[in-house]
Design a protein around this ligand. Structure first.
Ligand SMILES: CC(C)(COP(=O)(O)OP(=O)(O)OC[C@H]1O[C@@H](n2cnc3c(N)ncnc32)[C@H](O)[C@@H]1OP(=O)(O)O)[C@@H](O)C(=O)NCCC(=O)NCCS
Length: 333
């Protein structure tokens, strides 16, 4: 254990501390995830300083003997009813300073905070088969879920095929779309559809579930806007007013070419009608028409989520890496 490493809590994250955080995360990701773009400094600053939806954040910076930042740890403490047992860890150590005990030091501080915050479950994600996995297993985490990450290159898709799929008749359903907050007249229907995500496979994660209502969907859109990101949604609405399915894409501020898939859900009573492919194809066409700088979409699916993976493969997504979600049952002392 390196005795010269100090761990500082960051009750309020300054611009310098956010810049230091960014340097550690960028170095860590470049080492473990070559080719995967790290969040830019503006995104990290927003993530560390802007409120999140139904969670609080605790942050720590580890510095070496000369005061140089060598590691970071962030703990998301969930506050929604149904998730008050849960916290989520982000942990990075600069590759030049690994295997010296810094990761263990930061984890110990985060676990202590879990006890103070009365959390029984701590979850964390790491690239499959990499150092994070070895570290997590060594420190008592158990693997709970494997996620396949997939990429879709938007410039490889023939427009005629997309148009045919997007314009195919789905009797009884119509497509609609919006940017940011859901239009008021669709807010209740959208919240009801969001609750359909609660049956998403989460492996052995003790994730709990949250109940969505119109206020919560509006609050989520506000949090994303305050971070400087854009949220695009396409939905399939049934003639009876039910929102049968929807898909969401996040355009991170300043991130340029790569969009992130957020939710895609089809409500159980409306499954089996091709609505998942329909909304996602319409979203691809919208991105190509309105956001020409976006060249690819990244998504992740539980590796046993056969239906979603089938939808994504049909659209042309290709697997390119895997992450593992881990869970630590927080020890009492
Ligand atoms: C995971 C990470 C934070 C570990 O940081 P670290 O400062 O190197 O961790 P420590 O020095 O405290 O390691 C503690 C023990 O974990 C295990 N471990 C850590 N890295 C390992 C590796 N690459 N291979 C095998 N075992 C490893 C070892 O048992 C190690 O003890 P040892 O060095 O005495 O053998 C760092 O590798 C990292 O930033 N990875 C990328 C981000 C990530 O995956 N985070 C997820 C964390 S759950």
């Amino acid at each position: 254990m390196s005795s010269s490493v100090r761990v500082l809590p960051l009750p309020r994250v300054s611009a310098d501390e956010a810049a230091a955080w960014h340097r550690v995360v960028a170095a860590s990701m470049a080492h473990d995830l070559p080719g995967v773009p790290a969040p830019d400094p503006g995104q990290i600053h927003a993530q560390l300083t802007q409120p999140a939806l139904s969670s609080r954040r605790l942050s720590w910076l580890a510095t070496g003997a000369d005061g140089v930042p060598v590691g970071v740890a962030g703990l998301r403490v969930f506050t929604s009813p149904g998730q008050e047992h849960l916290s989520e860890l982000e942990l990075h150590v600069d590759p030049a300073h690994r295997r010296l005990g810094t990761g263990s030091l930061l984890l110990a501080v985060a676990v202590e905070a879990c006890r103070t915050e009365n959390r029984r479950s701590l979850i964390a994600a790491a690239p499959a088969d990499g150092p994070g996995e070895a570290f997590g297993v060594r420190r008592g985490f158990r693997p709970a879920l494997t996620l396949d990450h997939l990429l879709l290159r938007l410039d490889e898709l023939p427009e005629a095929d997309l148009r045919r799929t997007a314009e195919a008749e789905h009797p009884g359903y119509r497509l609609t779309g919006w940017t940011g907050a859901v239009p008021d007249e669709l807010a209740d229907a959208f919240a009801a559809a969001k609750n359909a995500m609660n049956d998403m496979p989460v492996g052995d994660l003790d994730y709990g579930s949250v109940a969505w209502d119109a206020d919560r969907v509006r609050a989520m859109a506000q949090v994303i806007a305050d971070r400087g990101d854009a949220l695009l949604t396409i939905a399939a609405v049934h003639d009876d007013g039910t929102m049968a399915g929807y898909t969401e894409i996040l355009l991170p501020q300043g991130s340029g070419p790569r969009a992130q898939q957020y939710d895609t859900a089809v409500v159980p009573a409306h499954r089996g009608h091709g609505l998942g492919v329909w909304v996602k194809t319409a979203m691809v066409r919208r991105l190509r028409a309105e956001y020409p700088d976006v060249v690819e979409i990244e998504t992740d699916n539980a590796d046993d989520n056969a239906h979603m993976l089938a939808v994504n493969h049909r659209l042309g997504f290709r697997s390119y890496r895997r992450t593992r979600e881990f869970q630590l049952d927080v020890p009492a002392t």
